[in-house]
Design a protein around this ligand. Sequence first.
Ligand code: NAD
Length: 428
Amino acid sequence: MSELSFNPFAMAQAQLDKTAAWLGLDSTSRELLRWPMKEVQVLIPLHRDNGKIQIFRGFRVVHNIARGPAKGGIRFHPLQTIDTIRALAMWMSWKCALLDIPLGGSSGGIACDPHTLSLREQELLCRGWVRHLAPELGPHVDVPAPDVMTTPQHMLWMLDEYETMRSMSLPGFITGKPVGMGGSLGRLEATGFGLVFALREAMRELGLPPDQAVASVQGFGNVAQHAVRLFEQIGGKVTCVSSWNQKDQTAYAYKKESGIDSLALSGITDRYGGIDKDQAQKMGYEVIPGDAWLAQDVDILIPAALENQITAENAPRVSPRVKIIAEGANGPTSPEADRLLTEQGVFIIPDILANAGGVACSYYEQVQSNMNYYWEKDEVLGKLDVKITSSFLSVREFSAKKKISMRDGAFALAVTRVAQACQDRGWL
Ligand code: NAD
């Protein structure tokens, strides 16, 4: 499937259909779960620095709120479509249910490229998004969080706009805020660290000691940088990372057989996860094509950039040495590639488990903000470890008992919980 024809929502619906068939879910439940319960699109006029006015499209989609108020990211991306947002909202419902967090699933964003906007313009867009969508949002309604190309600063501008509109302090309106401004310690690290907590359990299961494990990573943004850092701390080695190069409008992979130095590499990376190619070369990295991250001779692959990166076309390039794929991104593996790699014996930690540390910690931040009482970092990360590890073990036990893959097991557990909540409320 080409990148242009890829539709993440069709993929998310196909995953649900497969799970519903396996569970024997009735047709009304399927119909309710196949679509978002609410979708809002808004047009946001922006007064550009050059004096012109440009219209941007904003989105908020709520997939399901049977288990609690909606929770979901805000993505800034030029190729944003309603279908990407629908898929992310649906995956968020499954993630919260899988981790047994009392929240529903939503997602949103703005079709824009922050690289091409000044900070003033970004601030106006954030404030515009909140003004247009405020009736749909709120600490007990739908709580946004960062996703691709959105940062704690964006979250703070959005909070400020919402609090100004409501004339009160409402830090539980949004998560991923800067620490000291209502943010939770550990939130920045949470998704990457959560991924490594799950990866650690998978390595234990497969008998792969961390100090003998070598990984290759796609992306070097929030998720990837923290995942790589913790993976290095537990003894692992990363030999290749890739990132998008805004100037050249292509991705490059940066390779060092002796192992990358994640801290030094973070020092030459912009706020959107773009590594400075010239500086990397000076630091002794071999610069190779962006898609080469996938074909490295490693034990572990960590896709942590965007959807649909491992496909039926490129899956045969995955080295036979690869034992584990830990999905940091949402929907990085197409269903066909998933089938091929699973048949090959690769242990795939599915996105709704591997990257769920982000929403777990967002939930902890929401709780802290609503109480206005903040926890120590160790407490936050300790709770996160327990949550991810116990969820991993539940999925592992269920999948082994039913003789299905980790992905199928995770989806079965999550969809059952959401369907049950809909029934318990009397919706079905
Ligand atoms: P980010 O914007 O911080 O980083 C994205 C990274 O991907 C950047 O390094 C960028 O250069 C790279 N990239 C983009 N296109 C690429 C390409 N074609 N090849 C190689 N690299 C490319 O985003 P993030 O927050 O780290 O999110 C990454 C993924 O993780 C997304 O799928 C997101 O939905 C998912 N996720 C994020 C969180 C979170 O808490 N941030 C939580 C759960 C899931």
